[in-house]
Design a protein around this ligand. Structure first.
Ligand code: NAP
Length: 247
């Protein structure tokens, strides 16, 4: 029988590939994001591809405690959760002209990348399958290399993953992160792709190419699998070796 999976940010980019990967394997997938129409479009497309209605939608801003509490209540009313993929995230613009703007960027990146994972996980933890539950966070190569508020926010996820893995391990729940590198086929890079952006990122990998959302989804699927139960508290680098910092 299929499992019950929750994917935050499951309507676009890497999250959509993760949704597709689980739905194709026969799992039921609840996708969460702020834009209802984006979620509905993604669910309709994947449901059409795999047949039936394995994908359902729950719109919410996961940086908002009240909205997250409501959405977790709605999700848990449908039964326990086997796999929670905290994939939602993003980057604020780079240049701040004032301390006020700088503070806003840092808060935006911490809300978008850290709070979205922490709040949803906290609200759903009582409803995770025991034993066998899986929590996966979406970090980034930026979590070990920077830059700025985005890298620091992803790095914060690592410490959170280690602590949570320690506290939930004895209940048979694993907690890991995946750290992708340059994945251009995502809204993350919408309007920001130019040769000046692409070339150094490709050059910085050992495999000399960008990654795909499907390659990240495959790593998530492994960590979520029943056979990955002895792997916890890990940050799996899916970035073509870019984390090694040499080309
Ligand atoms: N693309 C890359 O090169 C790359 C590399 C390393 C890591 N990552 C990470 O991979 C993850 C997925 O990003 P992506 O590249 O696939 O870009 P994306 O297409 O922009 O996906 C981000 C998703 O997160 C959702 N989201 C953002 N903030 C949210 C919030 N407050 N509440 C609920 N949902 C929220 C967005 O939907 P709504 O806007 O509708 O809420 C969107 O579906 C992110 O954590 C990103 O940091 C990406």
């Amino acid at each position: 029988m299929g499992r019950r999976v929750v994917v935050s940010g499951g309507g676009t980019g890497i999250g959509l590939a993760i949704t597709r990967r689980f739905a194709a394997a026969g799992d039921a997938v609840v996708i969460v994001g702020r834009r209802l129409e984006v979620l509905e479009r993604a669910a309709a497309a994947v449901n059409e591809e795999v047949g039936g209605e394995p994908v359902s939608v729950e719109p919410a801003d996961l940086a908002d405690p009240e909205a997250t509490s409501s959405v977790a209540e709605a999700i848990s009313a449908g039964g326990s959760v086997d796999v929670l993929v905290n994939n939602a995230g993003g980057i604020s613009s780079a240049d701040a002209r004032s301390l006020t703007e700088l503070a806003e960027h840092w808060l935006t990146d911490f809300r978008g990348n850290v709070l979205t994972a922490v709040l949803l996980t906290h609200a759903l933890t009582p409803h995770l399958s025991r034993p066998g539950g899986r929590i996966i966070a979406m970090s980034s190569v930026a979590g070990v290399r920077g830059p700025g508020s985005y890298g620091a926010a992803k790095s914060a996820l690592h410490a959170w993953v280690f602590g949570l893995a320690a506290s939930l391990g004895a209940e048979g729940i694993t907690v890991n992160a995946v750290a992708p590198g340059f994945i251009p086929d995502t809204e993350f890079w919408d309007g920001r792709l130019s040769p000046q952006i692409i070339e150094p990122r490709v050059e910085g990998t050992l495999v000399k190419r960008p990654g795909t959302p499907e390659e990240v989804a495959e790593a998530v699927a492994y960590l979520a699998s029943e056979k990955a139960g002895f792997t916890t508290g890990q940050i799996l680098q899916v970035n073509g070796g870019a984390v090694l910092g040499r080309g």
